[in-house]
Ligand binder design. Structure first.
Ligand SMILES: C[C@@H]1O[C@H](OP(=O)(O)OP(=O)(O)OC[C@H]2O[C@@H](n3cnc4c(=O)[nH]c(N)nc43)[C@H](O)[C@@H]2O)[C@@H](O)[C@H](O)[C@@H]1O
Length: 393
């Protein structure tokens, strides 16, 4: 019988870390030859727009191009799967929940391992009756599971494969749910297979169109002129002879909100931000600056107040109807696409949002010097720049 792999991530994690977890699970799915059931997007903590209501139970097609994703791993959207699987309205019964957790006792050894342990204090799952568990399951009510197991794991798909194979082949489990999937590591971060998966994560066409329209209207930028055009099918991408040019603007990802406390010493003041942007625009010989940020309008205005008059600052602020359609998650992706096509990019310290932009720029083959940059805190003396995780084909 064919196996299906479900998963979920610690609820507090943001969109861009989740994208990385997806790659690890997709790599696992590939070596198991199962079908990955894409976990619906639950309302994430960072999706805070007052003008929008509940932004949960979202399919992946809202943000990504399913056809391209499907060229890396076999997959299906959750709702399509449920419709197919449960022809009646009885709900979905998963065979086994595998709750992943970090080993409690490492003894200083970082050897890969996976061991079943007794499940402790898992309040989020409860017994419906002797044979079924209830749980959060992406806010869906009609989903249950037959068994719950806890697995301490240190490692990636390679370590998990035999465990899952055993569950599938010997114990005839067909629907397997990996919870806390962020515990799983990459087998080969930054290698060819990683980049294959990463390149398959093309954004939805409707979001790319919005970003391109913005570039054309405000930034005199287009893929044709900037050399940032990608082939229709990611599988035919290959190394170019020269680096791409990028659009006639510099772009910044300025992470504020919780980073103001979480990364206090590495986040610059608004005045210093403005100073850095002015300098970079001059250095790159451009008069346009695009800012992607979770900053408030007031903070953006303050930056503008410190910028010389010959420099134009742009932010993507969609109309309400557009925002209602693409939601906070879509707005963030449009911001990322615009940053991905700029002549020069500067991001924020250890933000996965910035990391994903850097990857997009590697995929478009812009010069690494124009990509792996970050803002420094006002007091940072030796401001180390981001690691250069360069694309390999
Ligand atoms: C410290 C950690 O940082 C992690 O954040 P970090 O890696 O930056 O990046 P993310 O995990 O994506 O979470 C940040 C979220 O904030 C919004 N956001 C941040 N920057 C922008 C922007 O430039 N434009 C738009 N439109 N939205 C932005 C967006 O919803 C994004 O997914 C968090 O996920 C963790 O929960 C934790 O807080």
């Amino acid at each position: 019988k064919h196996c299906y792999l479900f998963y979920d991530v610690n609820p507090g994690e943001g969109f861009n870390l989740r994208r990385d977890v997806y790659l690890r699970v997709a790599a696992l799915n590939n070596i198991l030859n199962c079908t990955l059931v894409l976990p619906p997007w639950d309302h994430l903590y960072h999706w805070q727009s007052n003008s929008l209501n509940f932004q949960g139970k979202l399919p992946w097609s809202k943000f990504f191009d399913l056809k391209q994703l499907g060229r890396y791993t076999k997959l299906v959207e959750f709702e399509s799967f449920v419709q197919e699987e449960t022809k009646s309205s009885e709900g979905l019964l998963i065979d086994v929940i595998l709750h992943l957790q970090h080993p409690t006792d490492l003894n200083g050894s970082f050897e890969e391992k996976a061991n079943f342990v007794k499940c402790k204090k898992l309040k989020k799952y409860w017994k419906e009756d002797d044979a079924t568990y209830g749980g959060p399951f992406w806010s869906y009510e009609n989903v249950f599971a037959k068994k719950l197991k806890c697995l301490e794991i240190l490692g990636g798909p390679r370590v998990l494969k035999p465990v899952l194979q055993n569950l599938i082949e010997s114990k005839s489990n067909r629907l397997i749910f990996l919870d806390r999937a962020e515990t799983l590591l990459h087998d080969q971060f930054g290698q060819t297979d990683y980049w294959r998966g990463r390149r398959s994560m093309r954004f939805s066409t409707h979001l790319i169109d919005i970003a391109n329209e913005f570039r054309k209207t405000f930034l005199k930028s287009s893929d044709e002129e900037d050399g940032t055009k990608l082939p229709l099918d990611w599988r035919v991408e290959s190394k170019l002879d020269t680096y791409s040019r990028g659009g006639p603007y510099i772009a910044a990802h300025l992470r504020r909100k919780d980073f103001l406390s979480a990364r206090k010493s590495q986040i610059p003041s608004l005045e210093k931000t403005a100073e850095t942007l002015s300098l970079l625009a001059k250095k790159n010989n451009v008069s346009q600056v695009f800012i992607a940020s979770d900053a408030s309008d007031i903070e953006i205005e303050e930056i503008m107040g410190h910028i010389p008059e010959d420099l134009e600052i742009f932010t993507f602020r969609p109309s309400l109807p557009t925002k209602g359609k693409i939601l906070d998650g879509g707005v963030a992706i449009v911001d990322q696409i615009i940053c991905a096509c700029a002549k020069y990019f500067i991001g924020s310290y250890e933000s996965t949002f910035s990391f994903r932009i850097q990857e997009e720029r590697e995929i478009r083959q812009l010069h690494p010097d124009s990509t792996f940059n970050r803002f420094c805190g006002d007091q940072e003396l030796n401001c180390q720049q981001p690691t250069r995780w360069k694309i390999v084909f």
